[in-house]
Ligand binder design. Structure first.
Ligand code: N01
Length: 534
């Protein structure tokens, strides 16, 4: 039989923003690289999440690549927050500009990756029957890329159309004249609901947990603002590295919510509300560490909800009361709460009585039956670990990644996993990734991975792997940092709480981008402390 195995220096799984830049970077080092992508195009999150209203919750001038100055100078964002179509256009522009597609195999899912410790080689198989080997394996599989479909009795018998926000049809969906039901009120739903309500005959929103949301105050990006930003682009990027979340616009606050009078605090929140976006969370130092401080911001937002929503009962249902503000991803919206004033929108609380079953064309909640034509599942993702665990990753010495992570993810710096040599994660669990400007964190990890691989090459080394102790210490540190904040108080996807049976461990690193980068730098200056080279 002819061996059709293809051999590369490195294989990258995923052609989102992480995989694309990794490919570019490794190619620049003279390596042969193969990227596998399950979609038929680049863009990752922005390829899959095409639901109406999908846009980034970070401003486009910041949420973009910084690695190439010509790219950031040439590209013109047209809106304050990048829309999904514009972000996808940008991803395609980058792919064309750097001629990335010739090394990407689309429509192909990596099924397994097995390491051979004797040859120090990874062998990958794909769902199209392909096999490839590589010394280096990079998982650029994304943090929110494994859609979570709720296990509701009878859901398979639904006779209408069903859509998950993270698997939205490329051709779009027309809801004209349709009775639509949407399950979920997270960031995706908060963006989709106002748009679907505009089109549909009727929209029923099934809400389990009310969510905090802040107006985005979205709008066009004028040329003067854009050019002024571009003039200072490098300065602004540098400033972002010194902030908690890698966003130049949101520096570290300097005072406690109780260092100021009630009136002053109210004024500050009002200003943040007018600014929109995540600004509110950056008003005071203790909003994410003190329940009492947090409550001042939470109550401010609840008051805005009560002012906006005309029906007091509906308003009260929409007021989040079971988690501190910011401990679930703070949503950004355009007229979300206003949408509940429409005659064709109904809010159904499914906290006390969950969705009991779905049958033919109905959603049943206890004794209440709701007739719908279309069902939107805005039910989120098996976040941070789902995509990597979906691949059968074996290290050749008796361990697989899913088993290694059975009690929750364990990594060193969110970058590598003990026992899995030459396998790298881009913005993996226990890195700032999802708690930062993602592209900034992606670029940081890609650069670290490139430096590690370069070191192997320069020093004629076979492999790198984190020491088990270094990993244990990092995991403990991650947990300590998280436990010193309010984040674990919410049943969020950060905690794995949205997936039945998933271990409840706070997954992202919340010590901040500035601290994380300083730690990485210190590790490098100390001979890549915690990494073992062979
Ligand atoms: O998913 P989610 P998402 N019955 O997990 C509910 C990023 N993002 O796709 O909270 C009833 O947040 C669930 O209820 P509960 C962003 O980081 C960014 O909206 O578990 N309800 C929740 O309301 C975001 O955080 C952008 O009680 C059920 C919802 O479904 C992340 O992606 C835009 C249920 C899931 O919310 C994920 O957001 C979009 C059930 N059986 C997304 N199962 C921007 O950049 C689940 N739910 C703006």
């Amino acid at each position: 039989m002819v061996d059709t195995t293809e051999n590369f220096d490195a294989v990258v799984v995923g052609a989102g923003f992480g995989g694309m830049y990794m490919l570019h970077r490794l190619r620049g080092m003279g390596l042969t690289v193969r990227v596998y992508e399950r979609g038929d195009g680049v863009g990752g999150t922005w390829y899959w999440n095409r639901y109406p209203g999908a846009r980034c919750d970070l401003e486009s001038m910041e949420y973009s690549y910084s690695f190439d100055d010509d790219l950031q100078q040439d590209w013109n964002w047209s809106e304050k927050y990048g829309t999904q179509p514009e972000l996808l256009k940008y991803a395609n522009h980058v792919a064309d500009r750097f001629d990335l597609r010739r090394d990407i195999v689309f429509d192909t899912k990596v099924v397994s990756a097995h390491h051979d410790p004797d040859r120090n080689i990874w062998t990958l198989t794909t769902d199209t029957g392909g096999t490839a080997t590589a010394r280096q394996l990079i998982l650029a599989t994304g943090n929110l890329s494994t859609p979570q479909l709720p296990k509701i009795e009878g859901i398979a018998n639904f006779t209408g159309r069903t859509f998950h926000t993270g698997l939205w049809p490329r051709e779009g969906v027309n809801f004209n004249g349709r009775r639509v039901g949407i399950i979920g009120t997270g960031s995706s739903a908060v963006q989709a609901i106002p748009q679907v309500a505009e089109q549909a005959l009727h929209l029923t929103v099934f809400q389990r947990t009310a969510n905090f949301s802040i107006p985005a105050h979205h709008g066009p990006l004028d040329a003067i603002t854009r050019e002024a930003h571009k003039e200072k682009y490098n300065e602004i990027r540098e400033a972002a590295y010194q902030t908690p979340f890698g966003i130049a616009k949101y520096g570290s606050p300097t005072q406690s919510a109780f260092d100021v009078s009630d009136e002053e605090r109210q004024k500050t929140y009002e200003q943040a509300w007018k600014t929109g976006g995540q600004a509110l969370l950056f008003c005071y130092t203790d909003l994410l560490t003190s329940r009492k401080a947090n409550e001042t911001a939470a109550e401010f937002v609840r008051q805005r909800i009560r002012e906006t929503v005309k029906d007091p009962e509906v308003a009260e249902l929409l007021c989040p009361k079971d988690h501190p503000i910011g401990t679930k991803r703070l949503c950004l919206d355009s007229f979300y709460f206003e949408t509940y004033n429409r005659d064709n929108v109904r809010l159904v609380d499914v906290k006390e009585t969950p969705v009991t079953k779905i049958d033919k064309n109905t959603v049943v909640v206890g004794d209440n039956v709701f007739e719908i034509d279309d069902l939107i599942l805005a039910t989120g993702f098996d976040a941070m670990t789902g995509a990597a665990k979906d691949i059968d990753i074996q290290n050749g010495t008796g361990e697989n990644l899913a088993g290694h992570w059975a009690q929750g993810p364990q990594t060193y710096l969110g970058l590598m996993v003990a026992g899995f040599p030459n396998m790298y994660l881009i913005t993996g669990p226990q890195s700032p990734g999802v708690k930062s400007q993602m592209i900034l964190s992606i670029e940081h990890h890609v650069d670290l991975i490139a430096r590690l691989i370069q070191k192997l090459h320069d020093e004629d080394l076979n492999s790198v792997v984190p020491a088990a102790l270094a990993q244990d210490n990092w995991v403990s540190h991650n947990n300590e940092v998280a436990n010193s904040t309010l984040y674990p108080a919410a049943a969020s996807w950060y905690m794995g709480a949205n997936i039945p049976g998933k271990p409840r461990i706070f997954m992202p690193y919340v010590g901040g981008v500035k601290q994380y980068r300083a730690t990485c730098q210190d590790i490098i200056e100390n001979g890549w402390r915690g990494f073992e080279f062979e």
